[in-house]
Design a protein around this ligand. Structure first.
Ligand code: MTE
Length: 312
């Protein structure tokens, strides 16, 4: 394991250095570069209490991990703000303990898990995944989490269950964004059952060996790495097995722009912008977007008979 002490995280090179990690003698110095939509303003420093822990400095394609600083200060979490840099400061006091996740619907064994239940009953593992936002930026994030399939097996879906519906906490007192009616709160997302059972799909509980911070969806959020980031719903309180395709918050808001499947696809432009390339946070030039965000080998078979320009 590679450990990074928080005292070794220097922000000195933000906006100057391209390198995010300089490995030396078993430790890593994290620096980051925040440009583009983040550019110009200096994000508040995030100092984790424990050393950052990762098993590798890159993903399986050799791409550098995005810095902890960037992952925790450049966020989409509309319940707090539509301004990415406001999410971390506005969510600082968000209460994530006690927390329960109710898992039910078309299952034989409905259960309500608290966070200790999740940690004790399921194996936490590290997964280094690319996260590709529909807005055409991306990061490489070392998550810890549990396999969603193992949780779903524990509640024993019935044969009628075809989809999984996820719900974020609804608490407008804590989440100022939910006080506006631009969107139909709470945030809802959904997966087909086979997508939810896929080995790549996880419920994440941490990043870089640290528990999730509120801005990243504490205490537990979905991560589906081959789909646009909006599918990876944060701060989940309810998971239901259902028969009909759930209507997500984004489908309710603009179904022609944000489909149910939302598989990363460079060949299907968003109605208002291209999806052919992306800005990797921390890099200067854009890079081509990969089909299924680089996970085609693992997941393309799930969609073998589908026209992915129609089911976007
Ligand atoms: N989940 C909820 N509940 N609310 C949100 O606004 N934003 C989504 C997704 N999950 C969002 C959410 C979008 S658009 C993206 S790109 C990712 O969270 C961003 O995750 P990150 O901030 O941890 O990088």
């Amino acid at each position: 394991m590679i450990k990074i002490k928080s005292s070794e995280i220097t922000l000195e090179h933000i906006y100057r250095s391209r390198r995010k990690f300089i490995a030396s003698a078993g430790t890593i110095t994290a620096t980051s570069l925040l440009l583009g939509a983040c550019g110009g303003s200096s994000a508040a420093s995030v100092e984790p209490n424990e050393p950052l822990t990762v098993s590798s400095e890159t993903d399986e394609l050799g791409d550098d991990l995005t810095s902890y600083e960037a992952i925790t200060t450049y966020n989409n979490f509309y319940e707090f703000s539509t301004d990415k840099e406001e999410v971390a400061p506005l969510s600082r006091e968000f209460r994530t303990d006690p927390w329960t996740v109710e898992v039910g619907g078309l299952v034989r064994n409905p259960q309500t898990f608290d966070m200790d239940d999740l940690r004790q009953n399921f194996t936490e593992e590290e997964r280094i995944y690319r996260l590709r936002c529909v807005e055409a930026w991306s990061m490489v994030i070392p998550w810890q989490g549990i396999s969603l399939a193992s949780l779903l097996k524990a509640v024993e879906p019935t044969s009628e269950a075809k989809y999984v519906r996820f719900e974020t906490l609804y608490d407008p007192e804590q989440m100022p964004g939910q006080r506006n009616d631009w969107y139909q709160w709470p945030y809802i997302e959904g997966l087909r059952l086979d997508e939810a059972m896929h080995d790549l799909t996880i419920l994440a509980t941490g990043i870089y060996g640290q528990p999730l911070l509120p801005q990243n969806g504490a205490p537990v959020r979905l991560v589906v790495p081959w789909k646009y980031g909006f599918k990876s719903i944060k701060s989940i309180v309810k998971i239901d097995l259902v028969e009909e395709m759930p209507t997500s918050l984004w489908m309710a808001a603009a179904a022609n722009e944000y489909g149910f499947y939302a598989n990363v696809n460079p060949d299907v432009p968003h109605p208002r912008w291209s999806q052919a390339d992306e800005r990797r946070i921390g890099e200067l030039s854009r890079r081509p977007t990969l089909p299924f965000n680089g996970y085609a080998e693992e997941v393309a078979a799930l969609y073998a008979d589908m026209d992915l320009t129609r089911f976007f």
